[in-house]
Design a protein around this ligand. Structure first.
Ligand SMILES: NC(=O)c1ccc[n+]([C@@H]2O[C@H](COP(=O)([O-])OP(=O)(O)OC[C@H]3O[C@@H](n4cnc5c(N)ncnc54)[C@H](O)[C@@H]3O)[C@@H](O)[C@H]2O)c1
Length: 431
């Protein structure tokens, strides 16, 4: 099949490259000319494990191309996938300007029956709106389908070929069948729904996962007050099949490009339909509190942080990515810096993005974890890069000015850190 994918961010580039990998002819389109130029030269603009191989091999095989011109590919494309950003507006609702701009361009350039796919995370009703925009210019037959994306940054390529499900929200059999054919070689249950259900499934999934994390973080708060241990509690709780063990890791809370904006957007969508989604409001509040209460812990234990040097390991919102959007690590750095701390930080992949995001906030960016902790009054683990588990802890102790660790991701074993290495070790919900 011939496919156009509009937007070459985390979702668009992974989707485009992986669809090419299963045999389709894909052209990825982006308005960012620099990005497209780099992609044409074989330079991958994001860090995503395995993506470079999939992109380069499919370019070589002649199945993957890049362009800035959507009109030049629309004539041929049987499927046009919209994968542009839907960031939060000031008021929390999804900013739809990029999706609607693409719909407008499709409307002005569509030439034949095309299945237009909303892959971006969009509020319920967007499919209908995209249809209306295209109909302003084009009166022949076309279809708009919702096919939300569930990939996880850090394992996006593997997630494409092994999804839990592929949701296809379609209004008719013809467009649903095109989508089933598109994903035919991909394992995983294909769930065909109405467009509106598909749109809501995506928000419901992210909101539920965020709720699970906020829930376990509330339990962690109780652990800290009762001498219970969150790891033991989460393990015992997760063995219940109805609950499951995933997303029960206590820490400084969720962040990233999706959960924060999608949870806020769903709360806003509910409000637009006259429903007060009280649970979601609490989920957001609990998450914010995880960050501030962690900073409070650091400040209390160090008797203030003014003038103190703090080494922060991790800048990305989670391990295995360079994405810093709504990263708890950056929030914590900002709060500590405002309280007078001097921050030195290290991340394996996210330093450049963090520099852009933190802007004027003075942070010393280190080339390796040990450089970051040179002469520091304490070490803070803010991102769950698994590499941080395997640091040379004797060397860490010698490098730090004081042997103090605040583990915001519960990455390390308290007994090992305390008894074997002699650190003053604090984590989340563990005694
Ligand atoms: N990142 C994730 O993990 C993830 C997972 C699931 C769903 N999503 C959803 O997928 C969507 C895309 O997310 P992302 O993280 O890939 O975004 P992104 O910001 O990384 O990429 C968006 C891309 O779209 C391009 N773009 C914007 N307007 C354009 C236009 N008119 N024509 C062509 N290109 C245009 C931008 O230049 C950018 O390269 C969002 O709705 C997001 O919520 C993201």
């Amino acid at each position: 099949m011939k496919i156009a994918v509009v937007g070459t961010g985390y979702v668009g580039l992974v989707t485009g490259a992986c669809l090419a990998d299963i045999g389709h002819y894909v052209t990825c389109v982006d308005i960012d000319a620099q990005k497209i130029e780099r992609l044409k030269k074989g330079m991958i603009p994001i860090f995503e494990p395995g993506l470079d191989h999939v992109v380069l091999s499919n370019v070589k095989a002649g199945r993957l191309n890049f362009t800035t011109s959507l009109p030049s590919v629309l004539g041929d494309a049987e499927v046009a996938i919209i994968a542009v950003g839907t960031p939060s507006r000031e008021d929390g609702y999804a900013d739809m300007q990029y999706v609607y701009a693409v719909a407008d361009e499709i409307g002005r350039n569509i030439k034949k029956y095309t299945v237009v796919v909303d892959k971006s995370t969009v509020p319920v009703g967007t499919g209908r709106e995209v249809e209306n925009i295209i109909k302003k210019y084009y009166s022949d037959e076309f279809a708009v389908v919702s096919c939300p994306e569930f990939l996880r940054e850090g394992s996006a390529v593997a997630d494409f070929s092994n999804p839990d499900r592929i949701v296809i929200g379609a209004r008719d059999d013809r467009s649903a069948q095109v989508m089933l054919d598109l994903f035919k070689p991909v394992k995983g249950e294909k769930v065909v729904t109405t467009v509106e259900s598909a749109e809501l499934i995506k928000y419901a999934s992210n909101a539920f996962l965020a709720t699970k994390i906020s829930f376990i973080n509330e339990i962690a708060q109780i652990c800290e007050r009762t001498n219970a241990d969150i790891e033991e509690v989460a393990y015992g709780l997760g063995l219940d099949n109805r609950v499951g063990p995933k997303f029960l890791h206590a820490g400084i809370g969720w962040g990233g490009s999706c959960f924060p904006k999608d949870v806020r957007a769903l709360d806003h969508i509910a409000g637009n339909y006259g429903y007060d989604f009280r649970l979601l409001k609490s989920v957001i509040e609990v998450n914010n509190n995880q960050r501030t209460s962690f900073v409070d812990k650091v400040v209390a234990q160090l008797n203030g942080v003014s003038g103190k040097r703090l080494a922060v390991l991790g800048l990305a919102f989670k391990g295995n990515t360079d994405d810093v959007r709504d990263s708890a690590a950056l929030d914590i750095i900002t709060m500590l810096q405002e309280k007078g701390a001097v921050i030195s930080a290290f991340d394996y992949e996210a330093t450049e993005n963090a520099k852009k995001s933190l802007g004027d906030i003075p942070v010393e960016y280190a080339k390796d974890p040990y450089e970051a902790m040179q002469g520091a009054d304490a070490l803070i683990i803010a991102t769950e890069w698994s590499e941080f588990r395997n640091l040379d802890w004797k060397k860490v102790k010698e490098t730090l000015k004081a042997p103090v660790i605040f583990d915001g991701r519960n990455l390390l074993k308290p007994s090992r850190m305390r008894e074997e290495f002699g650190f003053t070790y604090t984590s989340i919900g563990r005694s």
